[in-house]
Design a protein around this ligand. Structure first.
Ligand SMILES: [Zn+2]
Length: 335
């Protein structure tokens, strides 16, 4: 099964730009900025640094890595490293959640930031057979509403080619204050793809759907507490991006065996399997597929269906979807 999953062409729909930096990339960035960051430049010490006590601690460590992204060259290094790691796992298409506001606030001009990610995106398409698209997300941990307005302005003024959706990440808080930014982003043609119901409750998921017009939801696992919500998500085919190991690492779920994925699937809610922040959670997309296969009792053909679901639920072009689906058919059919 592990070998089947490794070779399976896949889509990754919930993975964070900074959170996907491999220890090698983080070590390179930490060495470049040595003496001005708490992040260790030694890859062995990084593993220890990346062990979290709770969601609050995770956010704190995550932000210390964000702080290593200080110029456009750092952004290019980060993005290209992420692209290589995705391609090495036979990921053909990824929607990377990018938080431009965090970098722009630290002094990287929005235009240079967008040029750096687009440069890596073009190289990934050319050299890695990997299509990258961007979800620009509002970091909810940022003070006040400046992050909302700032993220919206970067999205609409720069509008890089790969930008397809608008998100909301960070700690789970009220979703209502962000409605006006989502209204404007959606009016400009971006898909709505917020996080909700990761650590709080089903109400956050309802708010994401009703107030933010969510077409797909990051995590959304707390929906399992509300049968009416599960029914709504199933009826309207609003997919949840499930990241099992992340949920255990941030203590959103007590253990993998208690993960609500089987219940969500049984309710008819569409799901994709994703990593969130793979090196920080010592996981890979292959690991997450293996976890899902175990929790759902899937054989190889069931796992191939999971990969197809990720492609279909993506915001890729129809042509890109068809190409990857054909690749999955050829791979799964040829076994
Ligand atoms: Zn996330």
């Amino acid at each position: 099964m592990r070998e089947f999953i490794a070779g399976l062409p896949k889509a990754e729909l919930h993975v964070h730009h900074v959170g996907s930096a491999s220890p090698q990339t983080v070590a390179r960035l930490a060495a470049r900025h040595e003496g001005t960051s708490p992040v260790p430049a030694d890859p062995d010490k990084l593993a220890e640094y990346f062990s979290f006590t709770d969601f609050g601690h995770f956010i704190q460590v995550y932000l210390s890595v964000v702080d290593l992204i200080r110029d456009a060259a750092d952004v290019r290094t980060l993005t290209w490293g992420v692209a290589q790691d995705l391609a090495a796992q036979n990921v053909r298409y990824a929607e990377l959640t990018v938080t431009p506001w965090s970098s722009v606030k630290r002094g990287i001009p929005a235009e240079a930031f967008c040029e750096a990610i687009e440069d890596a995106r073009a190289a990934a398409a050319r050299d890695l057979n990997l299509t990258l698209n961007w979800c620009f997300d509002i970091p909810s941990e940022a003070e006040g509403m400046g992050a909302g307005q700032g993220t919206l302005a970067i999205a609409l003024e720069q509008r890089p080619d790969g930008l397809i959706s608008f998100g909301l990440g960070g700690p789970d808080g009220p979703r209502a204050p962000y409605q006006r930014y989502f209204d404007q982003a959606r009016a400009a043609g971006l898909h709505s793809n917020p996080h909700a119901g990761e650590t709080t409750d089903a109400q956050a998921v309802w708010d994401a759907v009703r107030l933010l017009g969510a077409e797909r939801i990051g995590h959304g696992i707390r929906a399992a507490q509300d049968p009416a919500l599960l029914e709504h998500l199933a009826e309207h085919q609003i997919p949840l991006e499930i990241c099992p190991t992340s949920n255990v690492c941030t203590r959103a779920v007590a253990s993998l065996d208690e993960h609500p994925l089987p219940q969500i699937v049984a309710a008819g809610v569409p799901v994709s399997i994703n990593t969130d922040d793979p090196p920080m959670f010592s996981t890979t997309l292959g690991d997450e597929y293996a976890v899902a296969a175990r929790l759902l009792g899937l054989d190889e053909s069931g796992v191939a269906d999971l990969a197809r679901a990720g492609v279909r639920q993506s915001f890729a072009s129809d042509a890109a979807k068809s190409a990857i689906l054909a690749e999955i058919d050829a791979y799964a059919g040829g076994r």
